[in-house]
Design a binder for this molecule. Sequence first.
Ligand code: EPZ
Length: 417
Amino acid sequence: MDKLLIQGGTPLSGEAAISGAKNAALPILCASLLSAEPMHFINVPHLNDVSTMLRLIGQMGVEVTMEGNDGLVLNSHGLNNPTASYDMVKTMRASILVLGPLLARCGEAKVSLPGGCAIGARPVDQHIKGLQAMGAEIRVENGYILASASRLKGARIVTDMVTVTGTENLMMAAVLADGETIIENAAREPEVVDLAHCLMAMGAHISGAGTDSICIEGVERLHGATHSIMPDRIETGTYLCAAAITGGRIRLTNTSAAYLDSVVQKLRESGCEVSTEGDSIALNAPPRLKSVSIRTEPYPAFPTDMQAQFMAINCVADGSAVIRETIFENRFMHAVELIRLGADIRIEASNALVTGVPHLDGATVMATDLRASASLVIAGLVAQGETLIERIYHLDRGYERIEEKLSKLGARVRRVR
Ligand code: EPZ
């Protein structure tokens, strides 16, 4: 298994380009199941999760063709196998996003229940409840969701909690339903809006995306379209944290600050100068950061996917900070690994008290999930000496060529087999 070897202590400097957003690409690739005409995608990130999704829809009968460096053409004219097997779904929970489109396009779907994952149980009951409200017959047998519906009917759905992929699944199911669907308590994440833009380019009638109430007027069919994936706001935030912790000065391009207000605000609170201009963001860090407390909440509040990264920067900041994780029940696994690097962190239920220490010391640590891995990379960049991060396949799921981009910014990091 690959490992990442980091020699800490170098302030990051220079420029790096941000890739397309993983959490926009995954639902948007599933949207191609909704039309029999070709879909052209650009700015698609080269990530393991994207490759997994392409394999998944490819085995359903969708034709996948590369186009240029970051382009794809997906043609689901020959869609003939509305099934997502356990061995595919167990490697990527986002596979659940095929359920809504398959039901809408084929009238049936057999999708493995995603297992739990490191950060929590992550049930999909809201996805199932919403589809049932739209008239789907759904049974769960032997670990599979067996769903069928001659034609889904518009319904008014109120989800019990804000769910990003739940909102996306229901929106994709509703675009071909008979009548109007309203999703209340909808997720407002920018990736939900990007999916809505793609669906509207295909001929869907959607209003309210980006608010907590989305209205979808079903249509008979959707046509092909071209869509460019929005920039990855979490990748952007991750590199900003890497520059902040190392006292660096970087500029990120092909991105947008529009969706990072809560993160930029916290970086400024920690003492960083952050400026934005068009599609780039620049950060200039102080020699030492100030601790910043954070509380994760649905968008537009502070994103849970940036929590681990901010725990890392708080480890070497002045003062103490409380990190409160309200979205997932087990998303502090990076804490014990950071403690191996010398951090002072105390966990009490969903709160972590982080007290800044003068410095961290390199050690061998283990990645447990995608954003926890990013947190260990950030800490390794500032730890004295060498940090070896094991199980970095987690990183490769969501960060394109991370060691290349960091090296370009001056970091001393290399991948070791
Ligand atoms: C999406 O996951 C993202 N993944 C996650 O990013 C992100 O952390 C999460 O949203 C929150 O922003 C993708 O978009 C592919 P949820 P999702 O449904 O949709 C509970 C990353 O690192 N819930 O919004 O699975 C759930 O357990 C990943 O890129 C139910 O109880 O998250 C959680 O506590 C990690 N029943 C809360 O809601 C349901 O049916 C929010 O989950 C659905 C969710």
